[in-house]
Design a protein around this ligand. Sequence first.
Ligand code: UTP
Length: 273
Amino acid sequence: MIKKCLFPAAGYGTRFLPATKATPKEMLPILTKPLIQYGVEEALSANIHTMAIVSGRGKRALEDHFDISYELEHQIKGGSKESLLNEIRTLITQCTFSYTRQVEMKGLGHAILTGETLIGNEPFAVVLADDLCYCEDQGVLEQMTKVYEKYQCSVVAIEEVPVDEMYKYGVIAGKLVDGSDDIYRVSDMVEKPDPKDAPSNLAIIGRYILTPDIFDILRATPPGKGGEIQITDALLEQAKKGKVIGYKFKGQRFDCGSVDGFVEATNWFYDKM
Ligand code: UTP
């Protein structure tokens, strides 16, 4: 069973400057709800109650968001706006939140390794809150925990992407297993490939379930593409042993780390209201 979810949220979010100069990217709202809250709700709907957040300098708003604001509660008590806090109140009562700081931004792999102190020696989920996922029937993380229960190894969420966008992602090679049309045994993966080197059009998006041996692998992983410690490089070590599943999830994914994706998500959620 997966009990903890790690949220690497220490990145600078430079694509959203100047908005992210003093505000964490994860606090940018799609309509009225910040990105990180969508991610926490997705984890909770997968029956995960322990949230572990890797934050960094200038990110204290994340901690304040998942806490009670007594002044605000007092101000709106009994009024028409009180119900606007219902969802976040539910999260605060049903989840625990713990935090650690990534002191130097050395990449996603390094951020995940920084989270080891909050996770310990057990399998865990990872949500990149700037990838906003939506599925009416079953959240993407819940779908993935079911895949983990069957295969008992790391699981990465994958999606088909156009050739000209592959340079943004880790791309996998793999074979469909057990007669399914959405579950791949991963044999290779390349971080941000040139289209000519891409092993497929299946890209890893910001949802993972990782087994805890990933921490030792990350400790031994040298900086890769962009001088950063890449989770893709560490996952490749597991994949070589047949220990990574790629799962083509059901639902929508919006790349809210880019302005285009953020606007698309905003319009989509607004239309759905
Ligand atoms: P991104 O590649 O989107 O980087 O990180 P970024 O810094 O957030 O944004 P840009 O590219 O400058 O606009 C993917 C995820 O990994 C986390 C980010 O917070 C984001 O959730 N991350 C990245 C870290 O936590 N630490 C890092 O050192 C790098």
